[in-house]
Design a protein. Structure first.
Length: 311
């Protein structure tokens, strides 16, 4: 006894749905024939990895073959409207027969039934749900001997595709669409299914920017991102007037009661605090600045001596 097999189109989607498909619409474990169903054209390959996606009018046809002479009927269940029962075709062992598919929009399921004897499925015409189609197939199968039929499932979506154009103030920034790395800026990403998606632009040393973008079919959606350096804050306080130098470059003046706040790139920096009162000694120290955190330095006169500490 040979097992029926599921059609290749939309295999991942079909796998997700298999637990919801009634037994009469699954490949029959005791089937005396083997059925193979594939779409007539290849799905659109998207950079984000969605499968079984097609431009209108869809796959166009199904390629059907059986290992024994059989009668093959496909029932098309679109997202909108009732099921369509396609004309029955007869196959010979190993012969590939092309069955035209109707134009549909959105999510579409096709249940292809192969049987060793004619199996009228007129009752499935106009069905609005998978259970309705299942009942029609189950009813038609009652007139056949056990193992005389099997089913192949094809699942796909017919959608419009748009293009994403991503720019940033810094070239070479990494672009991720729905978490998938798709290239670096400046970047044009074609063949994205219409709808909402997440775009992240990032570069080492800069804060990543994430935007929600609505991709419109047959149009270009533009994303323009400004990347800003990742910084921490150095906060210097002094109870006497002092000049502040960072890596030997003057960074400002620290006034009593006011202090000085500076955004700096993360890392260790050399700090020099020079009191205007020359009787007080200048302070030299190394300070580690941490991203997105405040690093305080407190300078004060204690016991006649000027010193700086990191609390």
């Amino acid at each position: 006894m040979k097992r029926g097999v599921m059609g290749a189109a939309g295999l991942a989607l079909a796998g997700l749905l298999s637990g919801c498909v009634p037994a009469p619409l699954r490949a029959q474990p005791g089937a005396q024939l083997r059925l193979t169903v594939t779409p007539g054209t290849r799905a659109v390959e998207t950079v984000t990895g969605e499968d079984a996606l097609y431009r209108a009018p869809g796959p166009g046809s199904l390629r059907v073959s059986t290992d024994r002479a059989a009668f093959v009927t496909s029932v098309v269940l679109p997202a909108q409207g009732g099921a369509l029962v396609l004309p029955t075709v007869q196959t010979r062992p190993g012969e590939v027969v092309s069955t035209p598919l109707p134009v549909t929009q959105g999510f579409t399921q096709v249940f292809t039934v192969a049987s060793l004897a004619p199996m009228p499925l007129d009752a499935a015409a106009g069905a609005r749900s998978v259970p309705d189609v299942s009942r029609a197939v189950e009813g038609a199968a009652r007139a056949l001997p056990a193992g005389a039929y099997t089913v192949g499932t094809t699942v796909y979506r017919v959608v419009r595709f748009g293009t994403l154009d991503v720019r940033s103030n810094l070239a070479g920034a990494t672009v991720r669409v729905n978490g998938v790395r798709v290239g670096v800026t400046p970047l044009t990403v074609p063949d994205l299914p219409e709808g909402r998606l997440s775009v992240e632009v990032s570069r080492d040393g800069f804060k990543a920017v994430t935007q929600q973008v609505n991709v419109v079919g047959d149009a270009v959606s533009r994303v323009d991102v400004t990347l800003r350096p990742v910084t921490g804050t150095l906060t210097v306080r002094s109870d006497v007037l002092a000049d502040l130098f960072i890596e030997r470059q003057r960074a400002g003046m620290v006034q009593p009661g006011l202090g000085l706040d500076l955004p700096l790139r993360p890392g260790v920096v050399a700090l020099n605090v020079v009191p205007r009162d020359r009787a007080l000694a200048a302070q030299n120290l190394l300070v580690r600045v941490t991203a997105d955190k405040v690093t305080p330095v407190i300078c004060a006169v204690r016991g006649g001596a000027y010193s700086c500490t990191l609390p």
